[in-house]
Design a protein around this ligand. Structure first.
Ligand SMILES: *Cc1c(COP(=O)(O)O)cnc(C)c1O
Length: 234
């Protein structure tokens, strides 16, 4: 199968209403354009420099989602054009994103990244931390960020029950927050969960956005000239 076959295969397996974020990290503009030309407009990147560079090179009707760990001092590079940030993992980052978006006169859609995996080194809030954040009224004063949902990554394991359990806990927490804090906010409706290895399980648990890289583009190759080029630029 080539890239387009793999893209179409995945599209066929998505439930209606589930959006595909094509994760184009490590890919050069040429491969991204191939997928773009097959009609894909939503792409995800996890590195600021890489995203910044690709934004400049690629068609402007691409909807860019940032999905990686974001440092506040890099916000200026992505806030001017990014559509959605999936990876808000601290109050400080939420606050600074709002401030930066105000500066550029933008309103950015954001998801709160939850730590649901067993691994200790993954970023994200605990359920309790998010409850603390939301029970304080301060976030409601942030006019330039729109909290549209939650994001999470399951444990890196073959154990399907474990993965299902983690997705389902995120899904339940999402519903709880919706009832408690977002009942009057119709935009709070997104659950970003599911990657190449587990997107079908995620969809079963209510995912509305799957972030898929290697199953579309193939495994990461050594052909990463573009990255060293970007390193020099910023
Ligand atoms: C790389 C990445 C993905 C896509 O992973 P694949 O397994 O290649 O589909 C999804 N989400 C995040 C946050 C990523 O960094």
């Amino acid at each position: 199968m080539n890239v387009i076959d793999r893209l179409n295969y995945i599209r066929k397996h998505l439930k209606e209403g589930v959006r595909l974020v094509a994760v184009s990290k490590f890919q050069n503009s040429e491969s991204i354009l191939e997928v773009y030309n097959a009609g894909q407009r939503l792409f995800g990147e996890n590195k600021v420099k890489e995203l910044y560079h690709k934004y400049q090179q690629l068609p402007k009707d691409i909807e860019w989602h940032f999905i990686g760990h974001l440092q506040t001092n890099k916000l200026n590079y992505v806030v001017p054009f990014v559509d959605t940030i999936h990876s808000i993992d601290s109050f400080r980052l939420l606050n600074k994103t709002n401030y930066c978006a105000l500066k550029y006169n933008r309103r950015i859609k954001v998801l709160l990244q939850m730590h649901i995996a067993k691994e200790v080194n993954k970023f994200g809030f605990s359920f309790g931390e998010v409850e603390n954040l939301l029970s304080d009224k301060l976030w409601k004063t942030f006019k330039n960020v729109d909290i549209i949902g939650l994001m999470g990554m399951a444990s890196f394991t073959e154990n399907q029950d474990q993965i299902t359990k983690e997705f389902s806990s995120l899904s339940n927490f999402f519903l709880k927050l919706k009832n408690q804090y977002f009942f009057d906010k119709k935009n709070f409706k997104e659950l970003s969960m599911g990657m190449s290895g587990d997107y079908l399980l995620a969809i079963k648990q209510g995912s509305t956005m799957v972030r898929i890289g290697s199953s579309i583009f193939g495994k990461k190759t050594k052909n990463n000239e573009i990255n060293s080029e970007i390193e020099r630029e910023i």
